[in-house]
Design a protein around this ligand. Sequence first.
Ligand SMILES: [Zn+2]
Length: 57
Amino acid sequence: MSSIISKLFRKKKCFICNQKAVSPQYYLDDQHNKVAVCYKCIEYAERRAMPRFKWGR
Ligand SMILES: [Zn+2]
């Protein structure tokens, strides 16, 4: 079980700046992959009108 959790919460790189994502938000890229966006790049993601990833459905 812990391995599943660590997979879900492993350190992500920011989709936009490619640095280690600090307190990331999740968005969907053009291929509808879930990507992490660090707090510094959220504004950029919003400007690009990237859809926000929602947990659940
Ligand atoms: Zn970033």
